[in-house]
Ligand binder design. Structure first.
Ligand code: ADP
Ligand code: MG
Length: 256
C-alpha cells in the first residue's frame, strides 16, 4: 500500500515545492517507488522535475475533471527517477469546473485508487491556499507533511492549518493525520529562528522531524536547471538534508 502524503502549508514561499521535489528524488534514490503530484497551477514542481509545463498534452487538470486517466497523465521525471502528474495554468480552471462535479473533493482520491500498488510513496505538492484543489489533496492523503520556516508568524499560520486539517479529518477523511513538521530554510545564526524552533519542539514534540533543512542557495538554484537539488548538487548541505529527511520518513512510516 502506498503512503500518500500532502506537502501543505497555506502560506506561499515556505518550501512546499522544494520539499516535494527533493523528497521525491531522495525517496527514489532510497529505492522507493514514488509518484509526485503537482497540485499547484504554478507548475513549479513540474518544472523542477525537468518537465516543461508549457508543452503538456495532459495534466493533472485533465485527470481531475475526468478528461484523462492517471496512466495517460503520468510521466517520468528523467532527472528525478520518480513519476509525476504534471501541472500548468490549466489547473486554475479546474477549481471552477470542479464545483459543479459530483464528489468534487474526492476526484483525486478516486483516480489514485487503482494505482495504489504501483507506488511506495505518493507526494502531493499543494497550492498555497485551502482551496478545493488542496481539499482534493487532503482527501486523498493519509497524512500531511508541513514545511515551515522558523519565523515569528509561523506559529500563528500553523494553528490555521492544523484547524483546517482537523475539519477535513472530521468531515471527509478519517485517516488524515499530521505526519510531521519540517523546519526548512533554517539559519542557525538567527536567534529568533532558534527560539521558534525550540518552541515548535516543546509544543509539538515528536511531530517535529529531527531533520532540519538549512537555507542553502544550491536548493534555490536547482529548479532553473530543471533538476531536483539532490541531483543538481548532491553534496550540498541542502541536498544532504533532504536525503536524510527521506531516510527519516522511511523509518517513521514503519511506526504509523
Ligand atoms: P512554496 O512551494 O511553499 O511556495 P518553494 O519551495 O517554491 O515554496 O520555495 C520558495 C522559494 O524559496 C524558492 O525560490 C525556493 O527556491 C527557495 N527555497 C526553498 N527552500 C530553500 C532552502 N532550504 N534554502 C534556500 N532557498 C530555498
Ligand atoms: Mg509551491
Amino acid at each position: 500500500m502506498a503512503h500518500v502524503f500532502c506537502v501543505a502549508n497555506q502560506k506561499g514561499g515556505v518550501g512546499k515545492t522544494t520539499t516535494s521535489v527533493n523528497l521525491a528524488a531522495a525517496l527514489y534514490q532510497a529505492g522507493q517507488r514514488t509518484l509526485l503530484i503537482d497540485l499547484d497551477p504554478q507548475g513549479n514542481a513540474t518544472m523542477g522535475s525537468g518537465i516543461d509545463k508549457r508543452g503538456l498534452t495532459n495534466s493533472i487538470y485533465h485527470l481531475l475533471v475526468g478528461l484523462a486517466g492517471l496512466e495517460v497523465v503520468r510521466v517520468a521525471s528523467p532527472p528525478g527517477g520518480y513519476d509525476i502528474l504534471p501541472s500548468n495554468r490549466d489547473l486554475a480552471g479546474a477549481e471552477i469546473e470542479l464545483v459543479n462535479l459530483e464528489r468534487r473533493e474526492k476526484r483525486l482520491r478516486e483516480a489514485l485508487a487503482a494505482f495504489d500498488a504501483d507506488y511506495d510513496f505518493v507526494l502531493i505538492d499543494c497550492p498555497p491556499s485551502l482551496s478545493l484543489l488542496t481539499l482534493n489533496g487532503l482527501c486523498s492523503a493519509h497524512g500531511v507533511i508541513i514545511p515551515m520556516q522558523c519565523e515569528y508568524y509561523a506559529m500563528e499560520g500553523l494553528s490555521d492549518l492544523v484547524n483546517s486539517i482537523k475539519k477535513v479529518h472530521a468531515n471527509f477523511n478519517r485517516e488524515l493525520k499530521i505526519i510531521g513538521l519540517l523546519r526548512v530554510m533554517f539559519d542557525p545564526r538567527m536567534t529568533l529562528q532558534q527560539q521558534v524552533s525550540a518552541q515548535l519542539e516543546s509544543h509539538f514534540g515528536d511531530k517535529v522531524f529531527n531533520t532540519v533543512v538549512p537555507r542553502n542557495v544550491r536548493l534555490a538554484e536547482a529548479p532553473s536547471h530543471g533538476l531536483p537539488g539532490v541531483v543538481f548538487d548532491r553534496a550540498s548541505r541542502g541536498a544532504q538534508a533532504y536525503l536524510a529527511f527521506a531516510g527519516e520518513l522511511v523509518e517513521r512510516v514503519k511506526t504509523l
